[in-house]
Design a protein around this ligand. Structure first.
Ligand SMILES: *Cc1c(COP(=O)(O)O)cnc(C)c1O
Length: 493
């Protein structure tokens, strides 16, 4: 047992702490920024869990360790972590490292405040308002509301909750007991967070109607209309339609105009899940993909994906400017939101969300935007499209590569067919064998640490790669390497 501690003993070694921090920042810059983005370094350092556990010595003990040991630990953490900012990390819908956004993230972490009141976050309350208004303007709304949420899944869930409250204001107090059976509609290709949201909100996953999509992954509006009719005839009340802009696997954009017409006719809330595809709004050349988004009631958009802002940055945007968000989620805790504060409490925006404490997510995007302007953001979006277009052409040109579908967005979906399978499409073992190719190549690339890319089965299609470029650091050489490496790794399969 430690001895009793009195106030005469210092609580914090400030000088030692600052010295350590300085060293830790040096490690951070050298290892997590410079080395992690260096194409000559590995993307990942694969270890089996047991081996990694031993290497890291994770056990927490009674006594502390000296600074030198702690710095080694910081180095180890970085060394064995996946370098998502590496130019050959193509595995996720986020990747890359923007130095300005990172500066924003570090300042945010250091200031360690919560976004809920003007009192403790004056700068960020004003900043969030500006950033959200800018995002709304890109959607096409001159007024409205919104909040940064902890991810697109949560933004989608908020949308469902607000839609239910909008239609049945009594739901807030009386819960689902006061309501008829509700049905939400979303496409088969939509993100699984819609199902999670329905489970979480007590709507029930059985009451999410998965509307059929076409071969390109877009919701079929006629099918939506049919399903609405069917559900109504069965005595359930449609209340929410989610259209997706940029589906997670195929990168498809639902036809918003026709879907909005249907929602309007039936008086249904239209939510657009643009978590992935929203950033295309920045590009004059590509924003047509989201034509009609201004007719939505709410939009989810994750700048942390395509804009290289850093996790997390997800905007939940509303067309409503009447305070619906506040009425739906607010609980007016009197220890936080005192009405008799000495300043204008309209700036205490924290009650618009189901969260209490809320991370500051606006600064990283704001600082990036300030640094490169709307034009710079648009260029990044266009560059990501250009990378995908280049790769799609290469895939068509190269022997053994086959597109799953022509990319409309920046999801490059393709198979690699090893030489042993080429020209054997007719044979009964072709698809069962092709199914094993992507997982085998993935294992090899991770053991080598040369790059990372995701694969998945999808619908009736066996495992194929889904390659994503969002990082502005990716060069043509990296793209060529990507395909060459797949060929090298899959040659003998
Ligand atoms: C990524 C994604 C989400 C979820 O966003 P998170 O921030 O990961 O929770 C929702 N919808 C779509 C279409 C996505 O691609």
């Amino acid at each position: 047992m430690a001895e009793a501690v009195g106030l005469e003993q210092p609580g914090l070694d400030r000088a030692g702490g600052e010295e350590f921090l300085q060293e830790a920042m040096r490690v951070l810059l050298d290892e997590a920024v410079r080395k992690a983005t260096d194409v000559a370094e590995k993307v990942c350092e694969w270890k089996e869990p047991q081996e990694l556990r031993e290497l890291l010595d994770l056990e927490l003990r009674d006594t502390g360790e000296p600074p030198g040991r702690l710095l080694e630990r910081c180095q180890d953490v970085i060394h064995y972590s996946v370098k998502t900012s590496h130019p050959r990390f193509f595995n996720q819908l986020f990747s890359g490292l923007d130095h300005h956004a990172l500066a924003g993230r570090l300042i945010t972490e250091t200031l360690n405040t919560s976004q809920y009141t003007y009192e403790i976050a004056p700068v960020f309350v004003l900043m969030e308002e500006v950033v959200l208004a800018k995002l709304r303007a890109l959607v096409g709304w001159s007024t409205g509301d919104g909040i940064f949420a902890p991810g697109g899944s949560m933004s989608n869930m908020y949308a469902m909750n607000v839609a239910r409250f909008h239609r049945f204001p009594q739901s807030r107090q009386d819960g689902n007991w006061a309501l008829p059976r509700l049905t939400a509609f979303t496409s088969r290709e939509s993100h699984y967070s819609i199902q999670k949201g329905a489970a979480f909100l007590g709507i029930g996953t059985a009451n999410v109607c998965l509307v059929a999509s076409d071969t390109r992954g877009k919701m079929i509006p006629e099918e939506l209309e049919k399903e609405i009719q069917r559900v109504k005839a069965e005595g359930s009340q449609p209340f929410f339609v989610c259209a997706t802009c940029g589906t997670t696997v195929l990168g498809a954009f639902d036809p918003l105009g026709s879907i909005a017409d249907i929602c309007q006719r039936h008086g249904l809330w239209l939510h657009v899940d643009a978590a992935w595809g929203g950033s295309a709004l920045l590009s004059a050349k590509h924003r047509h993909l989201l034509a009609g988004i201004e007719r939505a009631d709410s939009v989810a958009w994750n700048p942390h994906k395509m804009l290289t802002v850093g996790l997390q940055c997800s905007a939940f945007l509303l067309r409503d400017a009447s305070g619906l968000l506040q009425r739906c989620h607010g609980a007016g805790a009197t220890y936080l939101f005192q009405a008799d504060k000495f300043y204008d409490v309209a700036y205490d925006t924290g009650d618009k969300t189901p969260q209490c404490g809320r991370r500051v997510d606006c600064l990283k995007l704001w600082l990036l935007w300030k640094a490169i302007g709307t034009q710079g953001l648009a260029q990044r979006v266009q560059r990501a499209f250009a990378c995908t277009q280049y790769l799609a052409e290469e895939v068509k040109r190269r022997e053994g590569f086959q597109l799953v579908l022509e990319p409309e967005f920046i999801n490059l979906c393709f198979w690699f067919v090893p030489p042993s399978l080429r020209g054997r499409e007719g044979s009964p073992d072709y698809w069962p064998r092709l199914e094993k190719v992507a997982p085998a190549i993935k294992e090899r690339m991770m053991r080598r640490g040369s790059m990372m890319v995701g694969y998945q089965p999808h619908g009736t299609k066996v495992n194929f790669f889904r390659q994503i470029v969002t990082s502005p650091a990716v060069t043509k050489a990296d793209l060529d390497f990507f395909l060459d490496e797949i060929e090298r790794l899959g040659q003998d399969l």
